[in-house]
Structure formats: structure tokens, C-alpha cells
Design a binder for this molecule. Structure first.
Ligand code: SF4
Length: 371
């Protein structure tokens, strides 16, 4: 990153300390890859949670304390007795896995990230260890080093390393919540990239990191673990593309006014600027709200309020069904028989008019039937 870009990002953020990415926030980058607002704010390390709160639309997601406790209990269960359950699951899913070797917990190396990272690199560069617990990885995100801690890495599986994700959401009758599986897959893909960067930094072959990860979850309503293989090739490719885009943040900054900032205005980023002024500044940075933002971005409620009245706010599928007409008001007017404001919307207007007529006929028919 050049000094000019670094200075521009610092101005966007203001004097507040930059917020660091973690695996969840990096994974979320794939959720809405075309949103310029998110790309710039994330590259600048803006605290989006504080920003959303300040402009009056606080984020409303996160794990419940109950889910966190349940997650810890399940993880302890699968790692008990020298990782016995995990070894059996890895052996069952990855033929040829040498799971009998030692397991090393790299999470007890103190708070010094650089030392833990070096130790992880030494362990994962060798072939003595079968399981590496809590390894510390690093990934470059928009010119910053982000430290990441996957649950576990299975080593020595035909010379390859496999990420193992332990999640506490249940698999009921062989099926898990698809949204949760998708989120776990993207998070595992972040770790794959981190592992590859670690291997490359140590002069080892980055391609020895497999794009097949293992997902370990509780079976049904108990604590008995079950395992599935996740193919991460698509997620790894999408993430790579997004990370490259963040690295090219200069292109995104070029379209912004030279004085653009979401600084809250006070000392060290403390609130001082009127919230309306901060929201107005934010509005100059193009967003691309979709309902999926609600589960992935701290600014979702702000962007949703901003996008109210647009068909895009209802999601790409609904917008497409409505013929690409951008405003809900225009959709209702066309359904009511108003002429199209734009000749390119003539076909959509005719379809909406017909749909409204059919609906009215169906409702009238239903009323007659009831009589
Ligand atoms: S919530 Fe807003 S900033 Fe975040 S990804 Fe969606 S549109 Fe972009």
C-alpha cells in the first residue's frame, strides 16, 4: 500500500484506532463483494459497529451467551481424551490420514502473536504432528496483517494439511442449517488462505494445504459429534478475489471527494460531529444493500433504512421478479395502470398491470365462492 493510500484511509477513519479484521469479518467480505462502502470502510479499519450506533442504527447480531457456552462445551467434548473423538472422525473422513501421532496445542504460547505465529510455522512446516490445535495464522488484508486462529489443523494426511472447523450448530437427521454451513465454509476458506500464506512465508509449498476442510458438529440434539467434508474451492477463489480488490482500494478511493471522512469528530475518534453529518458523509459512499447484509455487516440496519422504498432492498430475486423497476412506488403505480416513466420499463409495466388484474380477478372469484 502506498503512503498516499494509507494517508487517505487514515483520513477516512479519523483519529480512532483501526479495527482489526478477524476470520468472521474477512468471511463476510464475500457476502456483498460489490459494495464499495463496505470495501472502503473495511480497508480503512473503521469501527462499523460504533459508526452504525452513532448514526442511529446499531447492529443487532452476534452469538447469544447460551450458544457460546454450548459451543465451548461441544469443543471440549470432541477434544477430550487426547482428541480421541476427533482422531476417529478425521480417520473416517480422510482415507490415509495418519492420526496416531502427537497433537500439539499452539494456543498456550502466550499473548505474543509474532512468537505464536513463528511456533505455528515451525510445527506446520514439519511432519511430526498429527493435529495442531489453535494454530495462529496470518493473512494480509488491505495492507494489514490480520492474525487468525482456526479450531484445528489436521496434518499428515497424504502430505497435506486440512482445516478442521468445530461448530456447535446441530446436524438433524443428516441435515444442518444451510446458511450456517455456508458461513462455516467461508470461514474455513479464510483459514485455508492463512495456512497457505504461512507455508509460503516459510518457503514451504502452499498448495500442500487442501481445499477440503472438515466440519465437525453435534449430531441431533446431543453432544455426539459427526463430520462432513466441505469443498472450499469456490470460497477460496471468491475470497482471493475480494482480498485483491481490497488491496486495490486506491481505485475505490479515487471516486471519493478529497475531504471524505466518517470521523466522529472528537479527540481519538470520540463522538463530537453531529450524527446527521456523519450519516450524510456515509451517503456519499455508494452502498449496495441486500437482505443478506443483515447477517453479515454491522451497517445493515443503516443501509436498509437508506435503501427503503427501493426494490433492491427486497433482494435481487424480488427485484428481478419486478422487472428491474428500481422503486417500490413505481411498481405499485405500474400495477395501478400508470404509464411507464421510462420506455425500457414498458414491458415490466405491462406485466405488473396484468399481474394486478389477475390478482383482482382471483380475489373477486374467492369472494363469490365464499358467498
Ligand atoms: S450493510 Fe451496507 S455497507 Fe454493509 S455490505 Fe451491506 S450495503 Fe454494504
Amino acid at each position: 500500500m502506498t503512503d498516499t493510500v494509507a494517508a487517505a484511509l487514515a483520513r477516512v477513519r479519523g483519529p480512532a484506532a483501526p479495527v482489526r479484521h478477524n476470520a468472521r469479518t474477512i468471511a463476510a467480505l464475500t457476502g456483498n463483494p460489490d459494495c464499495r462502502r463496505r470495501a472502503v470502510l473495511d480497508a480503512a479499519g473503521v469501527d462499523k459497529t460504533a459508526l452504525a450506533q452513532y448514526v442511529g442504527h446499531p447492529a443487532r447480531y452476534g452469538q447469544s451467551p447460551f450458544a457460546i457456552i454450548r459451543g465451548h462445551a461441544f469443543e471440549a467434548r470432541v477434544k477430550a481424551d487426547g482428541y480421541a473423538a476427533l482422531r476417529a472422525l478425521v480417520a473416517a473422513k480422510l482415507p490415509g490420514a495418519d492420526v496416531a501421532g502427537p497433537a500439539v496445542d499452539l494456543g498456550d504460547g502466550g499473548a505474543d502473536n509474532a512468537a505464536r505465529y513463528a511456533r505455528t510455522r515451525a510445527v506446520l512446516g514439519g511432519d511430526e504432528v498429527a493435529l495442531a490445535d489453535h494454530p495462529l495464522l496470518r493473512l494480509s488484508v488491505a495492507g494489514q496483517h490480520v492474525y487468525l486462529e482456526p479450531d484445528l489443523v489436521a496434518c499428515r494426511v497424504a502430505g497435506r494439511l486440512h482445516v478442521v472447523e468445530v461448530k456447535s450448530f446441530p446436524v438433524l437427521d443428516g441435515r444442518a442449517d444451510p446458511a450456517k454451513v455456508a458461513a462455516a465454509a467461508v470461514q474455513a476458506a479464510v483459514y485455508v488462505l492463512g495456512l497457505r500464506e504461512l507455508r509460503a512465508a516459510g518457503g514451504a509449498d502452499p498448495d500442500a494445504v487442501a481445499t477440503d476442510a472438515l466440519l465437525v458438529c453435534p449430531r441431533d440434539f446431543g453432544h455426539e459429534p459427526t463430520v462432513a467434508v466441505l469443498d472450499l474451492r469456490r470460497q477460496v477463489a471468491v475470497l482471493r478475489r475480494q482480498l485483491r480488490r481490497l488491496a486495490r482500494v486506491a481505485d475505490l478511493l479515487a471516486d471519493l471527494p478529497a475531504d471524505f471522512t466518517v470521523d466522529l469528530g472528537g479527540e481519538g475518534g470520540a463522538p463530537a460531529r453531529p450524527p446527521g453529518a456523519v450519516a450524510a458523509a456515509l451517503a456519499r459512499l455508494a452502498a449496495r444493500y441486500t437482505p443478506d447484509c443483515l447477517a453479515a455487516c454491522e451497517l445493515a440496519y443503516h443501509c436498509r433504512a437508506e435503501a427503503a422504498g427501493s426494490t433492491a432492498a427486497l433482494g435481487p430475486a424480488v427485484r428481478e421478479e419486478l422487472g428491474g423497476v428500481p422503486d417500490v412506488a413505481a411498481v405499485l403505480a405500474y400495477a395501478d395502470g400508470a404509464p411507464p416513466a421510462d420506455p425500457t420499463q414498458a414491458e415490466a409495466a405491462a406485466v405488473l398491470r396484468r399481474a394486478a388484474r389477475l390478482r383482482a380477478e382471483a380475489l373477486a372469484g374467492a369472494a363469490v365462492w365464499e358467498c
